[in-house]
Design a protein around this ligand. Structure first.
Ligand code: PBG
Length: 324
């Protein structure tokens, strides 16, 4: 059929018509709220490169999760800022059952038992080298790192985490974590794997937030080359075979093609991570009056759904649900 029998603009002729024909929607169920936690009391530390985002001490965090729950947000993804003195090359503090992460999990579960608590599993915040793994002679060791990560995951599960989120990109870590969880009878703990995680300059502000920038070199020897597309399918397929329940693409907006590839190929829910640099770019442009903050924010978030993401980790989550 062709013009004039077909006029596509009829489908857009009024707001109610557009609503009826809208293919995708955002709801509070789409979001994962990343949270940064610090030691201390009554702290709400601004992160200069992430305007409007804060590192919270546990007492403030408690209030925050109660307010998130009231807004119908149902999942948080926890990151901790580890004091310099506790960092080493073995992830010792990561395994401390009374460490900041473990206390954070308990605090959230006490405040809002139904809140889905997801935890970042990677060594970088705990590493004196700022790398996601154990370092030896300038190399990031795979298997010794995986051994620590699986213990770390178990420690989070024991503290009450619902979802373990390994963000390190070591080989075989999903299998090791799954086996350890099963052995310890944590049959119901989910793994959300950062399966297609690219070596990206968009992570800059996050590394400011956690003081976790690599001390030497970069992360290209474990995170993926952003020139690659097929590799994302291979990585993701392997993680699913190893026992991942949810897979993730990261960063977000520049990688929507990868989300769609996975949506068309793999049999698992897909999460997208709209990362710190994406947040900061919009905040900066809006502060200059160059972009309309709320409209661009909602457009970007909805586009993740259209691309095929079932879940979106976003620093905008709270602001976005207020507009829904
Ligand atoms: C740690 C981790 C990073 C992010 C999430 N988990 C940083 C990195 O890999 O260097 C980035 C998140 C963001 O930029 O918002 N492994």
């Amino acid at each position: 059929m062709m013009y004039p029998l077909n006029r596509n603009r009829r489908l857009r002729s009024s707001s109610p018509m557009r609503s009826l024909l809208q293919e995708h929607q955002l709801t509070p169920n789409d979001f994962i709220v990343p949270l940064f936690v610090v030691e201390g009391k009554q702290l709400e530390e601004p992160i200069p490169s992430m305007p409007g985002y804060f590192r919270l001490s546990l007492d403030r965090l408690e209030k925050k999760v109660i307010s998130l729950w009231k807004k119908e947000l149902k999942a948080v993804l926890v990151f901790v800022k580890v004091p310099e003195a506790l960092k080493d090359n073995k992830g010792t503090e990561a395994l401390n059952s009374d460490g900041l992460m473990q206390r954070t999990i308990k605090t959230i579960k006490n405040a809002v038992p139904e809140m889905i608590v997801m935890t970042d599993v990677a060594l970088d915040p705990y590493s004196s080298f700022g790398h996601d793994g154990i370092v030896e002679e300038g190399k990031i060791l795979n298997d010794p790192t995986v051994a620590v990560l699986s213990q770390m995951a178990l420690s989070h599960a024991q503290a009450g985490a619902d979802v373990i989120a390994p963000s390190d990109m070591m080989d075989g870590r999903i299998l090791a974590i799954r086996k350890r969880l099963e052995e310890a009878q944590f049959h119901d703990t989910l793994i959300m794997s950062y399966s297609a995680k690219y070596a990206s300059a968009f992570y800059g502000p996050f590394r400011d937030a956690l003081d976790s920038a690599p001390g030497f070199g970069d992360k290209k020897i474990y995170q993926m080359n952003f020139a690659n597309r097929d590799e994302a399918l291979i990585e993701t397929q392997r993680d699913i075979e190893e026992g991942a329940d949810i897979v993730m693409v990261k960063p977000g907006l520049a990688y929507l093609d990868i989300i769609r590839d996975l949506k068309n190929t793999v049999q698992a829910p897909i999460a997208a991570y709209q990362v710190s640099g994406e947040y900061s770019m919009l905040k900066a442009a809006a502060a200059q009056g160059w972009l309309d903050h709320d409209s661009v924010m909602m457009e970007q978030l909805l586009c993740f759904k259209r691309a095929g993401a079932q879940l979106i980790a976003s620093y905008f989550a709270e602001e976005a649900v207020e507009l829904l």
